[in-house]
Ligand binder design. Sequence first.
Ligand SMILES: [Zn+2]
Length: 490
Amino acid sequence: MGLPTITFSLALGTVIMETVDDFDTIDVELDEFFKHKQRSRCKDEFLNTLTDEALDECTVPEINLNDFEGMSEDEAPQEKQSDSEGEDEDKLQFQYSTHDLKVKWNNMKPVLGERYESPHQLKLCFTNYSLSRGYPIRFKKCDSVRLLAVCASDPEKFQCPFVVRASWMSTERSFQIKKMVEQHTCVRNFRSANLMDATWIARQFLKEMIRKPNVKCKEMQAIIQRRFHCKVSWSKFYRAKCRAISLIDGKLSDHYANAIKEGWKVGCQRVIGLDGSELLTAIGRDANDHVYPIAWVVVEIDNKPNWQWFLELLHDDLELQGGLNLCVISDQHKGLLEDVKVVLPHVEHRQCARHVYANFRKVFSGIEFKNMFWTVAKSTVEGDFELNMEKIREVNPAAYDHLMAREPKSWCMTFFKSGMACEAVENRMAECFNAIILDARKKPLLAMLEEIRLYMMEMLFNLKKEACKWVNNVCPGPIKKMDEFAFDIN
Ligand SMILES: [Zn+2]
């Protein structure tokens, strides 16, 4: 395996050859040590006279630090199995404790035998321990397979024996402290500023940052000095502040994204308008027929792979079940058409009639054509559709052919599936949204996204305020529509 390294263990006055193998054999030693501890306790006659609870208690390993005193590192506590009676008792189960993340940072402490998720988690525990107790710690080795921490005090002056070794367990995927001398003979010096990385500082200041987002680096520096008695460079603070901001923003945007997602699922019509070139948008429509932006994303270009990526995220987040009982309205972008078929195979894909008309008008302009087109698009019965198309043919057969070649099934109301509670033939929702963000779109990327976010927050807040005033269970929009419908019938 790896090359042997030489460790000067000055406290013990010996030179120990240490190889990587140490980290492998250490497993067995540790297990033996705990078994030994447990066995010797359970043999205790007094303990055996106590209740079951007391016996249970002895299965939790408890380390007496004195056991390690005067022992060289290689003389790990272990037990030789000299007789047969050990066999049965091996089956006694002991459990290594698991690192508890809920413990407050300044109460965190490495414990022999304790299991961690990763070397990184243990390192964080060390950092907290060192910074809260004021003892200096140095990581002699810290990689993906093992960790060796020693005291960082002057070895000649203090000969501090503190040492911790940890590696992955052989029986399970947990990172474990295999050897530990917890005692320090050095003095506390609170000089562990190097252990504080930007992320650590950011986490310390998260609450303060939420309360006071404009906190100055200088103020943070003063607080750290007071709280941890150590100095940290200005540049590290700057990085910490950026990190804290992104941590907070991440939490907030998750929060809003979830709110929008849930809002769409419970309160919107089963229709999504897709639109966009560099800013791809998915816009919904709430029960009151109001525009409800669901998601928006900036891409370099609106090509097939980008649309597919966007649609897949949308599909997973909104649990669209392949587009079952859903309708999508968009223009006839070729890549988009294909992607919708792949990601949402069951969806009813409507073509925005306004786009169809825009193309139609290029060749067949005029008010008569315009009115005839919209009559066709809004025909609700197949007979009407045929009749209205015939009228166009009478005026100009080429216009008829032009429209028939544009798949009327995707833009004429006659052919829409019933039960969607959505009669839209045009992608007006997406266009409304585009109009709203017209000003924002002129701004640089981040400013634009920020403005859209603020707009959304305000809009959702106002909608909620408005909805609180409603007296019926049915929104005013549909009620108004029903009234108009009743009026027409009368
Ligand atoms: Zn020390």
